[in-house]
Structures are given as C-alpha cells and as structure tokens.
Design a binder for this molecule. Structure first.
Ligand SMILES: Nc1nc2c(c(=O)[nH]1)N[C@H]1C(S)=C(S)[C@@H](COP(=O)(O)OP(=O)(O)OC[C@H]3O[C@@H](n4cnc5c(N)ncnc54)[C@H](O)[C@@H]3O)O[C@H]1N2
Ligand code: MOO
Length: 407
C-alpha cells in the first residue's frame, strides 16, 4: 500500500495545466493568467493633483499669497502655463498645468476671493501624484501564473484590457455508484440511502474553482458502470464514488480495466479512504473514491482538489497546515495514518484543536462539525497538550464577528 504523499506525487505527475481561454476581466477572478501583463502606458498618465485645492509654482511664492486665475476640474487639461505668483483652483485627479509643481488643499488656505493666503508653510511638490508612480510603461505588472484577485482585475482594467487569458477551468464529471442510492428529494426507504456524495463532491469541485458535471448514479453492474464511465471521459477529470472495495458488487475497478484503463494504484495507507483507485483512461485521470461519505470527501480533499488546482494553473495546491495544541488525549490504535476531523480555533496567537467525536467514516456530521484534519501516526497516543500538525479545511473561524449587539 502506498503512502498519502506517494499517491499525491504519482497523481499530480499525471496532471498537466489546461490550455488558455480568454474570459472577460471580470470573469478572470480567482483564475490564473497564462501571460505576463505589461503596462502599455504610465499610470497615472501625468502629474496630477492628489487634493481639491490650488496648484502653483513653489519657487514663485513671495509672501504666502497667490492670485487665483483659473479653475481646472478632473477630466480637463490646461495647456497654458500658470505664471509664478498665480494659482489655479484644481480638483483631485486633474493634471497639473505647466508652470505648477505644488498643490495646497482648500482647507489650508484663507480664502480672500481672488487672493488666497497659505495658512502655513507648504513644501515644494506637495500633494502631487507623479506620472508613472503607480506603474510605468513597459513594466511587467502581473506575471504569468499569477492568481487574479480583485486588485489584479482592477489593474488589468486600468491597463485597458477587457479580456484576460487564463487557464481553462477544469470540467469534472461526478459519478455515484450503487443500487442502494436514491436521489435527494426521495423519502427514506428500507435498504436505500440518499445519494449525498454526488453533491458534496460537486460542491468540492466548485469550491476548488472547477465545473462539476453530474452523471447521476450507475447501477451495480459492469455494463451500466462502463457506460457512465465513458460519458465521464468527455470531461477533464472523472470522480467516481463507491463500488471500489472488494464487495461482490464493486464493479468500478473492473469497469475501468475492461475499458482499457491503466489502474495506477488501488489502495492508500490512510483512514478513512483506504480503497481508492487512480487510473488513466484515454488520457483522462479517473479517481475512484470510496463510497463512505467521509472517506469520499477526505480523499477528494487530499487527491482530487490539488489536481483541479494544478490543472487550472495554480502553484499553491495544498491546504495550509498549522501547529495546534490538542485539547484532549487522543490515540490512533490502528495501523494506518488516521485523518481525524478536528475543530480548530484561535487562543490568542496560538491554534488549538479538538476532535469532532465519533470518527466513523459514514458519519458526515464529523465533517459538518469540523474545519480541519489532524493526521495521527499509526499506533500512537497523543496526550492532551501535545502540539500536533493540522490541515486547515477552511479559515472561517479566523473571521472577526460583529460585536455590536444591535447588528
Ligand atoms: N472486506 C472489506 N470490506 C470493506 C473494506 C475492506 O477493505 N475490506 N473497506 C471498507 C472501507 S474502508 C470502505 S470506505 C468501504 C468502501 O467501499 P466502496 O467504495 O465499495 O463503497 P460502497 O460499498 O459502494 O459504499 C460504502 C458505503 O457508503 C455508502 N455510499 C456509497 N455511495 C454513496 C453516495 N453516493 N451517497 C451516500 N452514501 C453512499 C454506501 O451506502 C455504503 O454504506 O468499504 C468497506 N468495506
Ligand atoms: O475509506 Mo473507509 O471509509 O476507510 O473507512
């Protein structure tokens, strides 16, 4: 059986970044750009006023008074020079006219109609934003491989772009298997189980930035499983849940092999999620995840999510890990590394973690309660107070809550 890290290495080695597509800048949010973006012009394009005030020539100041001879709003340009000793009223963002090098804000002058007096000393160059001080023409402002956040979208727009090349988003087919499954909306029936995996996995795909395509449920027989798998090959990745163990009706591995797929491995040294097959079929990576709802989600987290991120051009593909202080004694009596669902919170500058209780891999509530995975080494006891490494599944617990009782 191979380790989690070895399985991740093998799988990621089979994933290539998807080709580029052009999307509107706005739709580029949270995607990775495939090109360097070079500034086509200086921003700002000219020296301009940072304040609503008066623009003047500093060297021409005599006794702190200036004669106001014009008005310049943002959006207009004045070409005629302003002579020394004179000022023009200027609005924030308007380009400085020739002859001016400094601005004094409105509130820092005594207004005497046509004549104004500075209330105090003003340094040469005050309140002027220099041409190109944000970015200068020819500069590489956003590098290929960068994640586009709202600030990058704003910068691309400021550089005149309406569209941006990004890695195409990964289309991920999702297939559940099992005669026991009913779709949500059905009432519970003896012997049947509601298909939750298709939806938890589809949500995990969306959360990773991919596009899920639901293939529904394959009945427990070879033909139905083969047929659904073939439909899934139209996508970039195929994720299957259930039917991957050693049961009499577990057909997933056999179906992949019948279709000519090459099964890379079939078991990973971990709990939950030991029965997990990774295969390549006609160039499409297939993940056959175990059916137990927690095992399916945890294996997606560890193996599928990093692949979606790599395919979409991300370099950071793994969740952050932090050290946390264990709040209770906990032991892994088994022989496989155990990924225990944990609840992480902040205690001042430190993280603390406790388990979500019963860790049965059918108990989806163990993930609903938690926000982290702690990886416990086989046959190891951890006393309360131990420092332990945890994988953070979300950082919502670090958000500041509203404290005002009226809100
Ligand atoms: N003799 C052995 N039996 C089992 C082993 C083993 O090594 N030897 N491994 C166990 C482990 S661990 C797991 S996990 C499961 C995985 O089995 P399968 O992948 O074949 O999954 P199923 O048998 O189809 O289902 C397991 C369980 O999960 C429920 N399930 C399945 N699909 C869904 C779905 N879409 N939504 C909600 N719940 C689902 C299913 O009803 C079963 O209860 O095998 C163990 N057995
Ligand atoms: O994958 Mo199974 O759910 O390890 O227990």
């Amino acid at each position: 059986m191979i380790s989690i890290e070895e399985a991740q290495r093998i799988i990621l080695g089979r994933i290539d970044p998807l080709q580029a597509e052009k999307v509107t800048c706005f739709q580029g949010l949270n995607r990775v750009t495939t090109e360097d973006h070079i500034a086509p012009w200086d921003i700002p394009p000219a020296d301009n006023s940072a304040m609503d005030g008066f623009a003047f020539n500093h060297a021409g100041l005599v006794d702190g008074t200036l004669r106001v001879t014009g008005f310049l709003p943002a959006g207009e340009v004045r070409e005629t020079p302003v002579p020394p000793g004179e000022a023009i009223k200027i609005m924030t963002g308007a380009p400085l006219p020739p002859g001016c090098d400094s601005v004094v804000p409105i509130e820092d002058v005594e207004d005497q109609g046509e004549l104004i007096r500075l209330r105090g000393p003003v340094k040469a160059g005050s309140h002027v934003r220099q041409r190109g001080e944000d970015i200068s023409r020819g500069q590489v402002v956003i590098r290929a491989g960068s994640l586009l956040r709202p600030q990058e979208i704003g910068m691309l727009s400021a550089m005149g772009n309406t569209a941006v090349p990004v890695h195409r988003s990964a289309r991920v087919a999702i297939l559940s298997t099992g005669d026991e499954l009913l779709e949500p909306g059905s009432m519970p029936v003896p012997g049947k189980v509601i298909n939750s995996n298709s939806y938890s996995l589809a949500a995990q795909v969306l959360d990773a930035g991919g596009e899920p395509r639901l293939l529904g449920i394959a009945a427990d027989n070879l033909e139905a499983t083969c047929e659904k798998i073939q439909q899934g090959l139209e996508c970039d990745l195929l994720v299957i849940s259930g039917g991957v163990s050693v049961g009499d009706r577990d057909y997933v591995k056999a179906a992949i092999e019948q279709l000519g797929g090459e099964v890379g491995f079939w078991k990973v040294d971990m709990k939950p999620g030991k029965p997990l097959a990774f295969a390549m079929l006609n160039g499409t990576p297939i993940f056959a995840l175990p059916g137990n709802p927690v095992a399916a989600m945890v294996s997606f987290e560890l193996f599928v999510r990093p692949c979606i991120l790599k395919a979409m051009g991300h370099r950071g593909v793994f969740r952050p890990r932090v050290q946390a202080t264990l709040q209770e004694a906990i032991a892994n009596k088994g022989g496989r590394p155990h990924l225990v669902r944990g609840i992480v919170s902040r205690n001042g500058e430190r993280y603390q973690v406790s388990s979500t209780g019963n860790q049965s891999s059918g108990r989806l509530s163990s993930l609903v309660l938690g926000n982290a995975l702690m990886k416990l080494a086989p046959e190891t006891a951890y006393p309360a107070g131990s420092e332990i490494e945890v994988i953070l599944l979300d950082r919502g617990f670090e958000m500041e809550e509203m404290r005002d009782a009226a809100l």
